[in-house]
Design a protein around this ligand. Structure first.
Ligand code: OGA
Ligand code: NI
Length: 323
């Protein structure tokens, strides 16, 4: 696991053409990332997120605190949850996929499946003692918020409000608790290199330490944490279902030499057997032909984990060849 050393070990060092170039990152201002107020989502004006998202501050604070406590447990205690098998539904691991990748990332993470909660909660860490209860409560809140956001996205495409939720089958919800220790040479490595999330949408909670960046107009833009807000990433499955009307966002996490950082993404996912493809209502010949073939989500998910993270998104592998 990433640890406190004075130099970055060589297995973390990126080739020169693939480094963060931190001095070229733009800082974000209010106009570059839309800040949406969800308060009226169910009212007549249906405006824009993630203030008034309906998740109490206390639930969020407890989630962050118990996560920090987990990563402060003695290593031997934490390691009871360790596995490098991506198919395991509860596991602590490091980097991204240690079995397949050549260069490591400066990250440890605990990954949990969260829906239906009763199927998974008994696998979760039992230390810290309040972990299951507090994380469970946060997951329930995230489920409600994900459903509302996906309904809004569905409607924004001119589809039935429940079209996307229905297309996902018995949906899944996963969560990661990412822990990025301070890094002696943040210019040489990543917390997570550029990638698009493979799922439907991701609701990301950041602690107070910056590190998230998104690619906008071919430049990396810092998306610094704003208290009591979430960052919502469009994932690859929305890009496919919307037939490219929405684009999944390329994003990455960089590290810094002073402070540890935590981020907690909730991944809203299709059922593994859901057949994903462009919504038929959005296909209009000849101007809007389907851009992707249909595929079971399990096929996508497996490719995502096995090919490693890279700037080209996994979604290109599902494009119809005539495009
Ligand atoms: C992820 C991710 C970003 C962050 O876990 O998929 O993109 O800020 N995390 O940690
Ligand atoms: Ni991501």
């Amino acid at each position: 696991m990433a640890s406190s050393v004075s130099r970055v070990p060589s297995n973390f060092v990126r080739p020169i053409g693939d480094r963060p170039n931190l001095q070229d990152v733009q800082s974000c201002d209010a106009s570059s990332i839309p800040l949406i107020d969800l308060r009226d989502l169910d009212g007549p004006s249906r405006p824009d997120t993630v203030r008034n998202h309906g998740v109490e501050e206390e639930v969020v604070e407890k989630m962050v605190d118990v996560s920090r406590e987990f990563f402060r447990l003695p290593e031997s205690e934490r390691m009871k949850n360790y596995s490098d098998d991506p198919s395991k539904t509860t596991r602590l691991s490091t980097s991204f996929n240690v079995k397949t990748e050549k260069v490591s990332n400066w990250r440890d993470f605990l990954r949990l499946h969260c829906h239906p909660l009763e199927d998974f909660v008994h696998e979760w860490p039992s230390n810290p003692p309040s972990f299951r209860e507090e994380v469970g409560e946060y997951c329930r809140k995230m489920r409600g918020l994900s459903m509302r956001l996906v309904e809004a996205i569905s409607e924004s495409l001119g589809l039935e409000r429940d079209y996307i939720n229905k297309a996902l089958g018995q949906h899944g919800q996963h969560m990661a608790i990412n822990y990025y220790p301070p890094c002696p040479e943040p210019e040489l490595t990543y917390g997570l290199p550029g990638h698009a999330d493979p799922n439907v949408i991701t609701i990301l909670l950041q602690d107070r330490v910056p590190g998230l960046q998104v690619l906008k107009d071919a430049k990396w833009l810092a998306v610094n944490p704003i208290p009591n807000t979430f960052t919502v990433n469009i994932g690859d499955q929305i890009q496919v279902i919307s037939n490219n009307r929405y684009k999944s966002v390329l994003h990455r996490a960089v590290v810094n030499c002073e402070k540890e950082r935590m981020s907690i993404p909730t991944f809203y996912c299709p059922s593994p057997d859901a057949l994903i493809g462009p919504a038929p209502q959005l296909i209009v010949h000849p101007h809007h032909p389907p851009l992707y073939r249909n595929f079971p989500y399990s096929e996508y998910y497996e490719k995502f984990w096995n090919r490693g993270l890279s700037k080209e998104t996994c979604v290109d592998m599902f494009k119809l060849s005539s495009q």
